[in-house]
Ligand binder design. Sequence first.
Ligand code: SF4
Length: 500
Amino acid sequence: MKGFLHSIETMGLVDGPGTRTVFFLQGCPLRCAYCHNPDTLKRVGGQEVTPQRILEIANRYRPYYGEEGGVTFSGGEPLLQGEFVYECLKLLKHEGYNTCVDTSGFGNPVFYSKILPLVDTLILDVKAFDRESFRNLTTIDGFDSYVNFIANLDLWGFNGQIWIRHVMVPGQTDNEESMRRLVEIIKPVSHRVDRIEILPYHTSGVQKYSQLGIPYRLEGVEPMNKDKAKEFEVVANKLFSESLHQERKANELRKQEKLKLFRDKEIASKEERTDVFANLRKLPLLSDVDETDLDEVLNGVILLNIKAGEFIFRTGDPPDFMYLIYKGQMKIFYNTIDGEEQIFYIYRDGDFVGGLNLLVATPYRYIGQALTDCKVVAIPKAIFDKFFYHSPAVLRSVLAKSFERIRWAEELIQRLATSNASMKTAALLLKLVKLIGVETEEGIRLELSMNRGELGNYSGLRRETITRKLGEFKELGFIELVGNKVIVIKDLEALEGYVL
Ligand code: SF4
């Protein structure tokens, strides 16, 4: 594995926290009018290096990094050499280095979910604030893709801090309205933003253009006054802090509304509550709770009646509650960029969701919707923090659940990538057998809470395909279809044969 390196700065003080070694990589799909490194734009060229070599160089300068410093990948657009950057970050993280990536968000998306969890600081360059200015500045029609990149950072597993950077060109974004729009654009990641920096446009790279024989598109534009840029930086940071404040207030309001909504759905019957409480006490989740605290825990949780089709949580919901499904079925899904629903999990009696969100304080990534009428126990954060946060039984349960989810996600990825429609349908049926199968004299009975479309979304198939495949399996005598809501598995071995 080799990457293309343009140059190295060994004692960088501006590209990330502390003192850093900055590796400038080759290649960038954008053509920013003010780019002062036009010689980095070609994907190949420069010096070929291995990830091991990057580690050796970092090792050499490690004594200078101190507590905060480390290694930065810049460019060009470092995410364009996704595989190389991933291999480097793996090695560096293994050795305990602090990492930083300076990006405009135009790399190889295949590697985002591998790279981003390994990045401590992301320097996010915000080029422009609408489609047209973005195109004019970069020559690329990429504004929507950029906005998507920002919106999905959490989903790809990014867990670090963000430094926002914007190069200010006189006559273009040197006004308060632009600073307002900048703050608006970074809202989806505001919980990660540590600072906003406004960099004054300068002309120090102009000579390179004539050397390379490329026309310079900002010919005649004067450099941005540094003090003016600093003033706008203050404005942007003030607006950002105001927006954070408003967001916090809105979150608090949302929390209160949710609580009110929950109170409206609360199970009122005393007998039912006593019955649920008696059963909750038997759950492993509560096994570490001291007998004397049990009443406080049970009084603090909210027992909910949720109707089929109602939402329990949505993407972006703050981690205010953990949910335990006492009875019923809930689907956890995500709406893809194409507007398709991708179902990840189906949860039922005894399953819980949100434990990890509360432990690591991250918003919900997916949507939880009741497939059937459900009884759900909502555990508020305050109760979770007081009684569950330090409980080994809870940590074990959350870990076990996370592991189960990783396995399921891996299986899903493998199935989507390598299986044909028959294999996917058989795998889906086998999964449902494990989840909801009931042995009967006629075979294993699956009482479905999902329609054909949802079954398709769960298995990566279109509604028509899953309907056709189920019909074929029926003709082969593997299954029996009883109306739209019941499938009876007649030949389990035959189905298993497809996925072995
Ligand atoms: S993103 Fe950076 S490297 Fe790429 S063209 Fe723009 S300024 Fe140059």
